[in-house]
Design a protein around this ligand. Structure first.
Ligand code: ADP
Ligand code: ZN
Length: 531
């Protein structure tokens, strides 16, 4: 690697104009940059596409020494460094993908003070070798990118991030700036505590992504629903389709390709060459659809991703927000579409119950899932719900660009059906001491004399047939909404329905339940037009 000629900058604005070619700072960038240049610590919460990189790149150019950037995105370091070098920024990286000679060269550049920015992987920083190397050069700042990776209950937790608390002890005079696009108040506090950012100034940008249209639909035949969406609204567009399992990724990538939509798979089970090749095609070519597990996407900077579709329920609102946030970084209208059904709830609960985590972990995972379910079942503005979840105050009640705002769901009073369902679960659980899933309770309410109903003499229960006024799909909606509200839970391998501490509130009539009306074909609502 050869370094470009040094390009001394006189000030932050000079660097912004001359090196990056932008006329002005965006949002809080200017304040953040100024604070870090003055030597202050910062914790920056900004949505994807908000412009976090400049917040540490510019201080690194202005302050004497090298800015050390800790990033978990090893696969992207080469691209990031190449992009900086094209701008004349002297950048290098150290990670496990390099051979000995490449490493030595970068190390020598760093020690000689010839680098503005040095990207390192978190696992490298924990090693004595890298720490001694850093002692031999001059560090202008530490930037901790994707700082939410330090949050233990988060979906991107990386154990190596925990050791980053030592930065402050070892280099107490070097300012640190931690950045993330994940930002519930709880995650923010955890980042500050674990990274010992006690005196850091917090900068929180608005998390609203007004150009993203949020839509959550009932799942009946997901592959076909997805195909409809792509054909009617996103023909020729680039997008990402998230699936829970590798098998489902493969299946849906094939399905789309067979139906004339160019699609590539991406998941951790593919060898690294295929993964890298698919990723780079997605970044460079137009109109490709990436069908992927959540292993794909962090740090991907593709401005014109027009849609993010979820075929399975994300585990948390944080995950959902981050994944959908990969759409529309260029600010143009984009779609975040999620298909979700009762089976998703049962499956996710099962995964939590059978996870190896301890009780605290399971409780946390359960809470995250509950919040996601509440978002799905909401009859009010999705955007308002998301922003409130992220602790944003003064959120308008309606946004005009989500499914519930564009075609307000009919709601109906589901209190009585909910009581019928809970009574059925009560009879099975408490009176008969039997374990059954949602299907059996619904069959009982509908008055279906299935083999299983006859075998267990469930047709003798007083609740048998008392719910024939509703359709099966409506009953599934009732179950989902009871689960989402915590008035019912599913347990164990077979998804046994169980009463909770809060079931009584509904049974005693203290709680009214507003239900979303089930629509046979999810309507599509799209007002924004694209040029
Ligand atoms: P993040 O890391 O927060 O997701 P990036 O740092 O990748 O966001 O920035 C997103 C996009 O916005 C990039 O293409 C970047 O060049 C552009 N950008 C950032 N700051 C500015 C600015 N002040 N003016 C114009 N474009 C900017
Ligand atoms: Zn809305």
């Amino acid at each position: 690697m050869t370094s470009a000629p040094p390009q001394p900058v006189s000030s932050a604005v000079d660097a912004l104009n001359r090196v990056f070619g932008y006329p002005s700072f965006r949002g809080q960038q200017g304040d953040i940059v100024e604070h870090v240049i003055a030597g202050g610590d910062a914790l920056v919460l900004m949505p994807t596409g908000g412009g976090k990189s400049l917040c540490y790149q510019i201080p690194a150019l202005v302050r004497p020494g090298t800015g050390v950037v800790i990033s978990p995105l090893i696969a992207l370091m080469q691209d990031q460094v190449d992009a900086l070098r094209t701008l004349g920024v002297r950048a290098g990286f150290l990670n496990s993908s390099q051979d000995y000679d490449e490493r030595r060269l970068v190390e020598a550049e760093f020690v000689a003070g010839e680098l503005d920015l040095l990207y390192v992987a978190p696992e490298g920083l924990g090693t004595a070798g890298v720490q001694r190397l850093l002692d031999r050069g001059k560090i202008s700042l530490f930037a901790i990118d994707e700082a939410h990776c330090v949050a233990q209950w988060g979906h991107d937790f990386r154990p190596d991030y925990l050791s980053l608390s030592m930065l402050h002890e070892r280099w107490p005079d070097v300012p640190r700036i931690a950045l993330t696009a994940t930002a519930t108040p709880a995650t923010r506090d955890e980042i500050a505590t674990r990274l010992r950012l006690t005196d850091a100034r917090h900068f929180t940008a608005s998390f609203d992504r007004p150009n993203i249209q949020y839509r959550i639909v009932g799942k009946n035949s997901p592959a076909k629903q997805l195909l409809d969406l792509l054909r009617t609204e996103h023909a020729g567009d680039s997008g990402i389709v998230y699936c829970l399992s590798r098998a489902s990724v493969e299946k849906h990538a094939e399905f789309l390709s067979e139906h004339g939509i160019p699609a590539l798979p991406y998941h951790a089970g593919l060898d690294s060459r295929t993964r890298a090749a698919n990723q780079s095609r997605f970044l460079r070519e137009d109109g490709l659809v990436m069908v992927a597990t959540i292993a794909f996407g962090m740090g991907i900077d593709k401005p014109d991703v027009r849609f993010v579709a979820h075929l399975d329920l994300p585990k948390s609102v944080e995950g959902y927000y981050q994944e959908t946030g990969r759409a529309g970084r260029d600010g143009l209208p984009s779609t975040a579409w999620l298909a979700y059904g009762l089976q998703d709830v049962v499956q996710q609960r099962k995964m939590i119950d059978s996870s190896e985590g301890d009780l605290t972990f399971r409780r946390n995972a359960g809470r995250h899932l509950d919040a996601m379910l509440a978002l799905c079942e909401s009859v009010t503005c999705r955007r308002a719900q998301i922003l409130e979840y992220f602790g944003q105050t003064s959120v308008p009640e309606t946004c005009g660009n989500c499914d519930t705002c564009l075609s307000p769901p009919e709601s109906w009073d589901g209190t009585v059906p909910a009581q019928k369902l809970l009574s059925t679960v009560f009879r099975l659980q408490k009176e008969r001491n039997q374990k059954f899933g949602a299907g059996q309770s619904i069959d009982i309410l509908l008055g279906k004399r299935t083999d299983k109903v006859s075998r267990f003499r469930h047709d003798e229960l007083t609740v048998f047939g008392i719910g024939a006024d509703l359709k099966e799909a409506e009953w599934r909606g009732v179950v989902r909404q009871l689960l989402a509200g915590g008035f019912l839970s599913v347990e164990g391998e077979h998804g046994t329905l169980t009463l909770t501490d809060r079931s009584g509130e509904v049974l005693r009539g203290e709680r009214k339940l507003l239900m979303r009306r089930e629509v046979a074909t999810p309507r599509t609502a799209r007002t924004s037009s694209r040029g």
